[in-house]
Every structure is written in structure tokens, then in C-alpha cells.
Design a protein around this ligand. Structure first.
Ligand SMILES: Cc1cc2nc3c(=O)[nH]c(=O)nc-3n(C[C@H](O)[C@H](O)[C@H](O)COP(=O)(O)OP(=O)(O)OC[C@H]3O[C@@H](n4cnc5c(N)ncnc54)[C@H](O)[C@@H]3O)c2cc1C
Length: 310
């Protein structure tokens, strides 16, 4: 069998992929990271990170991730723009990844493709996407200066991003289907203290209205079924996530929601394929855990390659 193009191919350029790339490149393995959008993953779209250790006064997401990228490149990590559409593991064939116009083969694959936000599927959501409906406060917040806006959700992302949006918006409604938040206590305290935030409890989004841009939303109280209209110029959705694993269809074992099942060493059900970061089944999806997974996956891949060459 001929030599594969790379010892390790990493899919995804967020913190998990970049850390795997750093460890693999430092181990002098021939390593390629493939990223379909921009290197940085979700961290590149996060305004401020204050729970990643080592930065006493917090750090901007884009700055943190750019440091990770430069550090990995310093040890020789190759980075390529490309959308992995399929993973091939046919018997007696080189194991490969298929991109739109090329195939590249590997000895080990590290899947670090992260997640994307869930869509609610309500009327107006897809029609007004990019015209008042957004999934990224950091990217789009400045477009909503002095407007009233709504954030849908009650977890960390919803509360954190809701507070960030008060920098621009006149008022931020946080619409949550329960009567208490799921977000960390410290975030809750800050949000309750923020005069620009108004909570709309026990309520779900029913409809987004507008023709050129969003001008109102209908929210339904789940206890009374009463529907009320909020006049808002924008709506930000933070209602959960789903994994980017479509390209793995049938290759490795996934859970019911499509997250990759791994053991503690990041092995998937297929020897030589590892997964790291938010894409795998795990308790806590954060930068600190993503980088730990990336380091473990690269180290485990290195051991796997050593075993192949013995
Ligand atoms: C709004 C928000 C705020 C957050 N704030 C914090 C915070 O303050 N602190 C914290 O610790 N965590 C925070 N997080 C969570 C943190 O961003 C994630 O846990 C972390 O980014 C996960 O890293 P990852 O590398 O696993 O995935 P990601 O960062 O999602 O990166 C995955 C990458 O893979 C790429 N990709 C996907 N499919 C393919 C494909 N087929 N081919 C090629 N590339 C592909 C994607 O484009 C993406 O760049 C926040 C998340 C959000 C949404």
C-alpha cells in the first residue's frame, strides 16, 4: 500500500482542532488541518472569554484563537481551507477524506468539527435570516444599535450574548420557556442586575414578523397559552446545538443526536479515527475541555501511528 498523504488529518479549526494540530506538529508528525469557514471556530465569534485559565482579566475570543493558530503554525501545522464532505475507510484502500475537488489520505483522522446552532423552525425564521434573525451576537450585534431586540433561550450562550447585546440595543428581551435560567449563577446575577434586560418567562417563540427586516415577534406563554407581540428589530436564537457530523454518515458510531461516541482517549468506534471537542458526546462543551480533548486525541493518534510502524 502506498504512503498516505498525511500522518494525521484534522477536520475543524476551532480550539480542539488547533490544539490537536499543535501537539501533532510538535511530535513531528505530518499533519494537515482542514477548515471549511475561518480558522477559530466558535471562539472567533465570541466577544469575551473569561473562564479560560491564564487570562486574569479575560481575553477577546478572536485574540485567544489567533494565538492558538499562530502557536500551532510555529511548529509546522499545515492549514487548508476546504469542506470535508465524506470520510472513506474502505478495506484495502487508503483511508481518505473527500473534499469538493480532491481526496487526501491519512493514517489517523481527528474529527474536531464542532457544532452549529439549532433552528426553531418557526414562521419567518428562514425567510428573515440575515435580515434581523441571527445566531451570532458578536457578528451581528452592532447592526442593532438603539433597537429593541429579543434573545431566545435560557442557557449560558443566551444570557452571555444577551448581555453583550445591551452594548448596542436599547432593550433586550430574554425569552425563556421556563421560569428560571439554566445559565451559570454568576451570569444570572449579572443579567438580573442589567437594567436593559427584561425577562419574558415561561414563553416560547411562535412567529417572527416582518417583510424586509424583522419588526415584531409573537411569543406564547406555555402556562396560559396567551400570545403577545413584542415589537423588536431583531431576534437572536440560542436554543441548543447540533453536531457537524453529516460527513461521517455511517463511518463511526454516533449517539441519537448525532454526536460522536468516544472513550477517554478520544478513540471512536473505528481504530485510527479520533474525535475531540464539542462534536463528541461529553458533559461540558467549553474551550477548556475542547483543548484537553485535542491534546489527548493527538497523543493517542501518535501512539496509534507508532503501533502501525512497529
Ligand atoms: C455564543 C457562544 C459563546 C461561548 N462562550 C464561551 C466562553 O465564554 N467560554 C468557553 O469556554 N466556551 C464558550 N463557548 C463554547 C466554545 O466556543 C466551544 O466549546 C468551543 O469553540 C468548541 O471548540 P471545537 O474546536 O470543538 O469546535 P468549534 O469551535 O465549533 O470549531 C469547529 C470547526 O470545525 C469546522 N468544520 C465543521 N464541519 C467541517 C467540515 N465538514 N469540514 C471542515 N471544517 C469543518 C467549523 O467551521 C468550525 O470552525 C461559547 C459558545 C458560543 C456559541
Amino acid at each position: 500500500m502506498s504512503t498516505p498523504d498525511y500522518d494525521i488529518i484534522i477536520i475543524g479549526g476551532g480550539p480542539a482542532g488547533l490544539t490537536a494540530g499543535l501537539y501533532a506538529s510538535r511530535a513531528r508528525l505530518k499533519c494537515l488541518l482542514i477548515e471549511k469557514m475561518f480558522v477559530g471556530g466558535l471562539v472567533a465569534t465570541t466577544e469575551t472569554v473569561e473562564n479560560y485559565p491564564g487570562f486574569q482579566d479575560s481575553i477577546k475570543g478572536p485574540e485567544l484563537i489567533q494565538n492558538m493558530e499562530e502557536q500551532a503554525k510555529r511548529f509546522g501545522l499545515e492549514i487548508m481551507t476546504g469542506d470535508v464532505e465524506k470520510v472513506g475507510i474502505g478495506e484495502n484502500e487508503l483511508r481518505n477524506v473527500k473534499l469538493t475537488n480532491k481526496e487526501l489520505s491519512w493514517s489517523c483522522l481527528i474529527v474536531a468539527s464542532g457544532t452549529k446552532p439549532n433552528e426553531l423552525g418557526v414562521n419567518g425564521e428562514s425567510e428573515l435570516r440575515g435580515r434581523g434573525v441571527s445566531y451570532c451576537a458578536t457578528c451581528d450585534g452592532p447592526f442593532f444599535k438603539d433597537l429593541d431586540i429579543a434573545v431566545i433561550g435560557g442557557g449560558n450562550s443566551a444570557v452571555e450574548e444577551g448581555m453583550f447585546l445591551t452594548k448596542y440595543a436599547k432593550k433586550v428581551y430574554i425569552v425563556h420557556r421556563r421560569d428560571k435560567l439554566r445559565a451559570d449563577k454568576i451570569l444570572q446575577e449579572r443579567a438580573f442586575d442589567n437594567k436593559k434586560i427584561e425577562f419574558v418567562w415561561d414563553s416560547v417563540l411562535d412567529k417572527i414578523e416582518g417583510s424586509q427586516t424583522v419588526n415584531a415577534i409573537d411569543v406564547r406563554n406555555v402556562k396560559t397559552d396567551a400570545v403577545s407581540k413584542l415589537d423588536v428589530g431583531g431576534v437572536f436564537m440560542y436554543v441548543g446545538i447540533k453536531p457537524n457530523t453529516e460527513f461521517l454518515n455511517g463511518v463511526v458510531s454516533l449517539d441519537k443526536r448525532g454526536f460522536v461516541i468516544t472513550d477517554d482517549e478520544m478513540n471512536t468506534s473505528v481504530p485510527g479515527i479520533f474525535a475531540a471537542g464539542d462534536v463528541r458526546v461529553k458533559l461540558l462543551r467549553q474551550i477548556a475541555t475542547a483543548v484537553g480533548d485535542g491534546a489527548t486525541a493527538a497523543f493517542a493518534a501518535e501512539k496509534y501511528i507508532d503501533g502501525m510502524n512497529r
